[in-house]
Design a protein around this ligand. Structure first.
Ligand SMILES: *Cc1c(COP(=O)(O)O)cnc(C)c1O
Length: 388
């Protein structure tokens, strides 16, 4: 049994909507990911945009993960949490001068650079500060991640990374940029990837790109293959911990590493996704003119945006029902937008006002993406460790 079911007596007293985190599951997941990565000496940077709650970050630190940041605010938070700057990578297509200067002052592990112009800017800012910037080139490998188009980042025409067709030119220019120290290559092809093939293609593309650099006399110390490993949103109870063994094995089988190279990963969703869920109460039931049965709940896309943003779906369970017959529902929230719907045509046990529902697999990109649109309050976060 995962998540809130174990703690129902305590949770029933807490006003909804709120996030609940099963910290035992988070620790078990961290045990799994660190031990599987450890087999090959792989380094993991937690992608903190998935969930930047302090308690979650403190747990990541306990397991000695580095951090993957995508804004100056995230770099600052990582440092405040006691993460060593030497374990922080900083990506982002549009870093401001201020963010770059802050990263330089702190001496982060690497700026993952996403355009030629950015390289020039970092070079000049570093020069002005009398520093050398450690950088990795984020290369867009044009790999099809076989996932939702809004969460693909490694196809040729999206905004991320330096086009692999520009690599030759960038290598030429790099020799002119004296304040840059190139520590490696960076890739990230998308998110919620559950097939192994895209990671295999990525590895093969990395091998080719490495050859180009080698031919030009560049030795790269680090290869960062990003994150994007997916979780089972359909049946989280059956797969609470992703199959990290198979995931890392794909890279181990396919990456052709050079002497002394270290491989880095940036995992977000696969680490925190399953440990979190959103609890919400049914406020009203109604039937539309065409006969659609609606369960209206007290959480909306202000608390969990993924369904409205990407058409994502989360498993919904009625924690108050006890094995009654099923009926088909549309589960919708209170926000004044018609996209504020969590599920359509969903069979659920007969649902009544006051029933407690849980939206599972909401630990990643859940609370982190919440807003106070409609002047709603941010949802509370409850931790299993406090209920024991
Ligand atoms: C978002 C992001 C990640 C993490 O993606 P997940 O799908 O949560 O593993 C890793 N690297 C970069 C650069 C990202 O933007």
């Amino acid at each position: 049994m995962i998540g809130s079911k174990k703690y129902m007596d305590r949770l029933r007293e807490i006003p909804t909507p709120f996030y609940f985190y099963d910290m035992d599951l988070l620790r078990d997941t961290l045990e799994a990911v660190t031990s599987e990565a450890g087999k090959y000496g792989y380094k993991i940077h937690y992608a903190m945009k998935a969930n930047f709650n302090d308690r979650i970050l403190a747990t990541m630190k306990k397991y000695r993960l580095g951090m993957d940041c995508v804004s100056g605010g995230e770099v600052r938070r990582a440092i405040e949490c006691g993460i060593a700057p030497s374990a922080i990578v900083f990506a982002g297509v549009a870093k401001t001068d201020e963010e770059i200067r802050y990263g330089l002052e702190q001496g982060i592990f690497s700026f993952n650079c996403e355009s030629r112009e950015e390289l020039e800017v970092i070079d000049s800012l570093a020069g002005a500060m009398g520093k050398t910037a450690d950088i990795a080139l984020r290369i867009n490998p044009d790999v099809e991640p076989m996932t939702h188009k809004h969460i693909s980042t490694g196809k040729a025409d999206n905004k991320f990374g330096i086009s692999y067709q520009e690599v030759d030119q960038v290598i030429e220019e790099l020799t002119e940029l004296k304040n840059l120290n190139i520590v490696g290559l960076h890739f990230h092809i998308g998110s919620q990837i559950t097939e192994m093939k895209p990671f295999e293609y990525l590895s093969l593309r990395v091998n080719t790109i490495q050859d180009w650099f080698e031919q030009k006399g560049f030795h790269l110390k680090h290869i960062n293959v990003g994150g994007g490993f997916g979780i089972d949103y359909t049946d989280p109870n059956a797969h609470p911990i992703p199959d990290f063994a198979s995931y890392f094995a794909v890279f181990n089988r396919n990456l052709r590493l050079r002497e002394g190279q270290t491989v880095h990963f940036e995992l977000g969703r696969s680490i925190v996704g399953q440990c979190g869920e959103l609890l919400t109460t049914v406020l009203y039931n109604k039937v539309t003119a065409s006969g659609i049965r609606m369960a209206l709940v007290d959480a909306g896309f202000t608390e969990l945006m993924r369904p409205a943003l990407y058409g994502a779906s989360h498993r919904i369970e009625n924690l108050s029902a006890s094995g009654e017959s099923l009926q088909v529902y549309t589960v919708a929230g209170p926000i004044c937008e018609s996209t504020d719907v969590f599920a359509r045509d969903l069979p659920l046990p007969i649902t009544r006002r006051g029933d407690l529902l849980r939206l599972m697999s909401a630990g990643a990109y859940g609370r982190a993406m919440s807003s106070n649109y409609n002047l709603r309050e941010f949802p509370r976060e409850i931790f299993s460790d406090d209920l024991n």
